[in-house]
Design a protein around this ligand. Structure first.
Ligand code: PLP
Length: 400
C-alpha cells in the first residue's frame, strides 16, 4: 500500500483531472488567451512555491528529475564531489552520478539523517555541494549542516522527497538550502502517481533548473524560442493531467500533515507508555517532522532482529531499497577514471544503527523501507490503540 496522499484520493483529484480532459489541452504550455488552456502546471508551481515559502518552483516528472535539475542548476558536473548520506533512496546517489558528479557517502546518526560531524570530515577540495536527505519525514540537523556548508562555501540541495511539508525552525524543508527537491510518487506525503517539483529563492538557479527541465528554454516560453537558450537541457516536463492531480493533492497538504501528526502522536505515546526496556525512538531534530513513520532503535542487533521477527517485519539494514550496502549497482559502479566510490560496509556507524532499527508505518506503508507493521493515515483511535498494544505484546517478551 502507498503513502498518505494516495489514501485520500477523492472527488477533488477527479474534478481537476476531468477539467483538463474536457479541455483537451494536455501539454504544460499554452496561450494565456486560449480558454481551453487550464494552466494547471503553472498554478501548481505558483501554489507550491507559496506553500514552501520560496519564490520559485519548477514542476517536473519525478523526484529524481527534480534532484538532477537542481544539481545542474548549481553547476555540478565532472569531478565535483557531492556529500550524500548512505541511508537514502538510490535516486539521491544516482542523480549525482547522472549529472557527472561524484557521490561521497556520509554516515547517518540516530535521527537516521546525515551526521553533521561526519559530513564535515568528508569535505575535500573537490566538494561542491551537500545533499541532506530529510529521511522518513525527519528534518536533518539543518542548523549544523547549513553552518558547515556556509563556512566551507558549498551549496545545499535538500532532498525533501520523503518530507514534503515538513519544517525546520518553522521554515519549510526545501527552503533552507539553495535548492529543494520533492517527489510526488505513490509513497510520498502527496502523490500524483509519478512526478516531482523543485524550489529555490534564487532567480538564476531557477532559470537554470527550468532550462535543464526543458531543452534550455527560459521560464514560461510560449512557443519555440530560438536564440535565448543558455544551457543544454533535456525534457522533464510535467503535463496538465499530472499537474491537475498534483494541484488537488497539494491543496490537501495541511490536512494530511495534521492527520499524520495526530495519529503518530497517539501511536508513539501508547508505545512509550509501556516503558519497554532496551529500545528508544529515533532522534527528532525538529517537531516539524512529517510524522509519516515511527522508528524504534534497539540496544543491540540481536534484540532488533528478534523484535522484527515477532512483528513479521525486517531490521532496516535488511529492508532493501534505501541502504547503500544493498545497492549492488552502486557498489559495481566505477567512474570514468575507473575509481570506485561506494563499497560494502564503508559506513560502520550507519551499518550499526540500521541493524538495530525498525520502521513502523504511520502514513507510509512500504515493505521497501521495512514498514510492514503499523497504522495508516485512515486508522481510527481504536485501531491505533490496538496496533500499539499488539506491538507491546509482541516486543515485551523480547526486550523485557
Ligand atoms: C529520498 C528520496 N530521494 C529521491 C527519490 C526519487 O523520487 P522519484 O521516485 O519521484 O524519482 C525518492 C523516491 O522514492 C526518495 O525517497
Amino acid at each position: 500500500m502507498p503513502g498518505p496522499g494516495a489514501y485520500l484520493i477523492g472527488e477533488e483529484e477527479y474534478n481537476e483531472v476531468v477539467d483538463v480532459l474536457k479541455s483537451k489541452h494536455i501539454p504544460r504550455y499554452g496561450s494565456d488567451d486560449d480558454p481551453s488552456f487550464r494552466q494547471k502546471v503553472f498554478t501548481l508551481e505558483k501554489e507550491f512555491a507559496a506553500a514552501m515559502g520560496t519564490q520559485y518552483s519548477v514542476a517536473v516528472n519525478s523526484g529524481t528529475s527534480a534532484l538532477m535539475a537542481s544539481l545542474v542548476a548549481l553547476g555540478i558536473g565532472h569531478g565535483d564531489e557531492v556529500l550524500v548520506p548512505g541511508y537514502t533512496f538510490i535516486a539521491s546517489i544516482s542523480s549525482i552520478i547522472a549529472v557527472g558528479g561524484t557521490p561521497v557517502l556520509v554516515e547517518v546518526d540516530e535521527s537516521l539523517t546525515m551526521d553533521p560531524s561526519d559530513m564535515e570530515k568528508k569535505i575535500s577540495a573537490k566538494t561542491k555541494a551537500v545533499m541532506p536527505v530529510h529521511m522518513l519525514g525527519m528534518p536533518c540537523d539543518m542548523k549544523s549542516i547549513c553552518g558547515i556548508a556556509g563556512r566551507k562555501k558549498i551549496s545545499i540541495v535538500e532532498d525533501c522527497c520523503q518530507a514534503l511539508g515538513g519544517t525546520y525552525g518553522g521554515k519549510r524543508l526545501g527552503s533552507l538550502g539553495d535548492m529543494g527537491a520533492y517527489s510526488l510518487n505513490v509513497y510520498k506525503v502527496i502523490s500524483a502517481g509519478d512526478a516531482g517539483i523543485l524550489v529555490t529563492n534564487n532567480k538564476n538557479l531557477y532559470e537554470r533548473a527550468f532550462g535543464f527541465h526543458d531543452q534550455g528554454h527560459l521560464p514560461y516560453r510560449k512557443g519555440v524560442e530560438i536564440g535565448n537558450r543558455s544551457l543544454i537541457g533535456i525534457n522533464m516536463r510535467m503535463n496538465e493531467l499530472t499537474g491537475a492531480f498534483a494541484l488537488a493533492q497539494l491543496r490537501k497538504l495541511e490536512r494530511i500533515l495534521g492527520l499524520l501528526r495526530e495519529k503518530k502522536t497517539r501511536f508513539k505515546n501508547a508505545i512509550a507508555g509501556a516503558g519497554l526496556k532496551g529500545m528508544h525512538f529515533r532522534t527528532v531534530n525538529d517537531p516539524g517532522e512529517c510524522h509519516t513513520l515511527l522508528t524504534v532503535i534497539f540496544e543491540s542487533t540481536e534484540l532488533a532482529e528478534r523484535a522484527a521477527s515477532a512483528l513479521g517485519t525486517k531490521t532496516l539494514n535488511k529492508s532493501g531499497w534505501h541502504v547503500y550496502n544493498n545497492m549492488e549497482q552502486m557498489i559495481a559502479y566505477r567512474d570514468i577514471e575507473g575509481k570506485q566510490h561506494i563499497w560494502k560496509n564503508m559506513l560502520p556507524g550507519t551499518d550499526d544503527i540500521l541493524s538495530r532499527s525498525l520502521n513502523l508505518s504511520v502514513g507510509v506503508v512500504d515493505g521497501g523501507i521495512g514498514s510492514d507493521f503499523g497504522i495508516t493515515i485512515v486508522a481510527g483511535n481504536d485501531e491505533i490503540d490496538r496496533t500499539a498494544e499488539k506491538f507491546i505484546k509482541l516486543v515485551r517478551p523480547v526486550t523485557g
